[in-house]
Design a protein around this ligand. Structure first.
Ligand SMILES: CC(C)(COP(=O)(O)OP(=O)(O)OC[C@H]1O[C@@H](n2cnc3c(N)ncnc32)[C@H](O)[C@@H]1OP(=O)(O)O)[C@@H](O)C(=O)NCCC(=O)NCCS
Length: 128
């Protein structure tokens, strides 16, 4: 197999990592159409919807936070979305979950804008 990779500035997320998924990632994809990018230090999940790509979850292990890893995984999903022809990405945050204010501030920093707020879910959107 040729070595291909998603290039992200100085960082690289390997296609091999993207292809060799955990059992849970395989389950989520088969059951819900949720795709996963997994690294040893974190993961991002996303879903291809009809008119936008939805960033479902980003998780970075506590010891690796604040080092732009979350940004790196978000950029990887953006790259996949662009290559698939999407022009918009959405995400959502549940205000009642721990750290939700910090998460929303980070998403705004990453150019997301408020789309709607309803039933304890804040939806955010950005062009990609
Ligand atoms: C949310 C989470 C994924 C962020 O990951 P991280 O690697 O620590 O985030 P980053 O270091 O990439 O920071 C993201 C950006 O937000 C910026 N940022 C951080 N705190 C900020 C704040 N209070 N206000 C505005 N911007 C902020 C950072 O500077 C960074 O931008 P940069 O890359 O241009 O420097 C991580 O904290 C986590 O896994 N939390 C637990 C799970 C969770 O809550 N996930 C989100 C909901 S699905």
């Amino acid at each position: 197999m040729s070595k291909s990779a998603i290039k992200l500035d100085s960082n690289t997320i390997t296609i091999e990592n993207y292809m060799s998924k955990s059992l849970y990632a395989q389950y989520a994809e088969e059951r819900e159409g949720v795709e996963t990018i997994e690294e040893s230090w974190g993961f991002a999940t996303f879903k291809r919807l009809p008119d936008h790509i939805y960033l479902q979850d980003v998780y970075i292990i506590p010891s690796m936070r604040g080092q732009s890893k979350g940004t790196q995984l978000t950029d990887a999903v953006i790259k996949i979305g662009k290559e698939a022809g999407y022009t918009r990405m959405t995400t959502s945050v549940v205000p009642s979950t721990p750290g939700s204010t910090e998460t929303i501030l980070k998403m705004i920093h990453l150019n997301f804008k408020l789309f709607s707020s309803q039933s304890d879910i804040v939806y955010l959107i950005r062009e990609i």
